[in-house]
Design a protein around this ligand. Structure first.
Ligand code: ATP
Ligand code: LTN
Length: 335
C-alpha cells in the first residue's frame, strides 16, 4: 500500500480478539478480504480495545490478539500489501473516539441492538465502553478516510451510525471525513451455529456450537457429526424448515465451490451421516494448510512483532494526518 500516492479506494475492517476465530469469521469475513487486496488499499485491524468491553483474562486477550494477527496472515493476507495491525498500537483510534463521543447522542447509542443484546447478556458489567463501542468503531473507520467497510449484516447499524457521525461532523467542519459505505461481498454467507442453527455461529458462544480454525481435525469432525439437523432424512436446501442441513450444505458449498443444487443432486438418497462426513472432510482439508502456516508463524514471534510494529507505523502515519486535521477544525490549540 503506497500511503502517499494512493489512488485506490480504501477498505477498513476489524475483528475482535474476543475468542477463537470461527469458521463463520473465516467464510463470512477473512476469506473475502483476500479477494480485495488487489483492487483496494486495505487495512485489517485486530480491534483489541473493543474486546475490553467484555471482562477478559489478560493473558487470554494477549494470546488471542497475536493469534488473530497470525491468522490474518496465515489465511493469505499479505502484510506488505495490506496494513495488518492492532488497534491499541495506534493511539489515534482512542483519541478520535473521544472527539466523536462529543458529536454522538445518547439516544443514538441507546438504539444500537448490539448494545441492547450485550447489556442483556452481561448484566453484571454494563460499562460505558460497551455503550460507546460504536463511536470507537466510527473512529477506526473515519481515521483512514475509508471508502468501503466489509461487514456482516449484524454490523450494518453500527456502520449507519458511523455515516451519520461523519455527515454531522462534515456539516459543521466541511471536508473532514470520507463518508464510508458498507460493502457486502458477493460471496457473503452466514454460517449458523452447529448446536442451534437458528442463530449465527459466534466465537463467544458455547464451544460445541462453533468450529474454531485452530480446532484439531478430530474436534472439527466430532462437532460436525454432532451438529443439530432434523428428524426426516432428506438432504434438501431449505433454510426455513431445514436450517441445520442447509447450514452444512452452505459450508460444503463455500469450501468446495460446488453449488448447493449440484451437491443435493450428488447426495440424493444418502443419509445425513454422509453429508456430515463430506462436510467434515472439506473443512479439515481446507483449513489444513492455513493451520500449518499458522503453526509456523506463531513460533516466529520476532517476525510477528516486527510485522505488527511496521504495519502500526504505516497505519499511524495515515491516522495522524486525519487526527491533526480534526484537532485543528474543532479548535484545539496546536503547538
Ligand atoms: P462475538 O461472538 O465476539 O460477537 P463474532 O464471532 O460474532 O464475535 P465478530 O468479531 O463480531 O465475530 O465479527 C468479525 C467478522 O466476522 C464480521 O465481519 C462478521 O460479520 C463476520 N462473522 C461473524 N460471525 C459470522 C458468521 N457466523 N457467518 C458469517 N460471518 C460472520
Ligand atoms: N464491531 C465489529 C468489529 C469492528 C469493526 C470496526 C468492523 C470494530 N471496528 C471497523 C469494521 C470496521 C464487529 O463486532 N464485528
Amino acid at each position: 500500500m503506497s500511503e502517499q500516492t494512493t489512488a485506490k479506494p480504501v477498505i477498513f475492517s476489524g475483528i475482535q480478539p474476543s475468542g477463537s476465530i470461527t469458521l463463520g469469521n473465516y467464510i463470512g469475513a477473512i476469506r473475502n478480504f483476500t479477494l480485495l487486496e488487489k483492487d483496494y488499499d486495505c487495512l485489517f485491524c485486530v480491534v483489541d480495545l473493543h474486546a475490553l468491553t467484555i471482562r477478559r483474562v489478560p493473558a487470554d486477550l494477549r494470546r488471542q490478539t497475536l493469534e488473530l494477527a497470525a491468522l490474518y496472515i496465515a489465511c493469505g493476507l499479505d502484510p506488505k500489501k495490506n496494513i495488518i495491525f492492532c488497534q491499541s498500537h495506534v493511539p489515534e483510534h482512542a483519541e478520535l473516539a473521544w472527539i466523536l463521543n462529543c458529536f454522538t447522542y445518547m439516544g443514538e447509542l441507546s438504539r444500537m441492538t448490539q448494545f441492547k443484546d450485550k447489556a442483556a447478556r452481561h448484566q453484571e458489567n454494563v460499562n460505558a465502553g460497551l455503550f460507546t463501542y460504536p463511536t470507537l468503531m466510527a473512529a477506526d473507520i473515519l481515521l483512514y478516510q475509508t471508502d468501503l467497510v466489509p461487514v456482516g449484516a449484524d454490523q450494518k447499524q453500527h456502520l449507519e451510525l458511523s455515516r451519520d457521525i461523519a455527515e454531522r461532523f462534515n456539516s459543521l467542519y466541511s471536508g473532514s471525513f470520507v463518508v464510508p459505505e458498507p460493502y457486502i461481498p458477493k460471496t457473503t454467507a452466514k454460517v449458523l451455529s452447529l448446536s442451534d442453527p437458528t442463530r449465527k455461529m459466534s466465537k463467544s458462544e458455547a464451544e460445541e456450537s462453533y468450529i474454531a480454525l485452530l480446532d484439531s481435525p478430530e474436534d472439527m469432525r466430532r462437532k460436525i457429526r454432532r451438529a443439530v439437523t432434523d428428524s426426516d432424512a432428506e438432504i434438501r436446501y431449505d433454510p426455513e424448515n431445514k436450517p441445520g442441513v442447509t447450514n452444512l450444505l452452505n459450508i460444503l458449498s463455500a469450501l468446495t465451490g460446488q453449488g448447493v443444487d449440484a451437491l443435493c443432486a450428488d447426495l440424493e438418497g444418502q443419509g445425513y451421516g454422509v453429508l456430515k462426513e463430506r462436510t467434515a472432510d472439506a473443512v479439515i482439508e481446507h483449513i489444513r494448510p492455513i493451520r500449518a502456516e499458522f503453526d509456523r508463524l506463531i513460533q516466529d514471534k520476532t517476525y510477528l512483532n516486527e510485522t505488527l510494529a511496521e504495519n502500526a507505523a504505516r497505519a499511524q502515519a495515515i491516522a495522524r494526518r486525519t487526527l491533526r486535521k480534526v484537532y485543528k477544525k474543532v479548535g484545539l490549540y496546536q503547538l
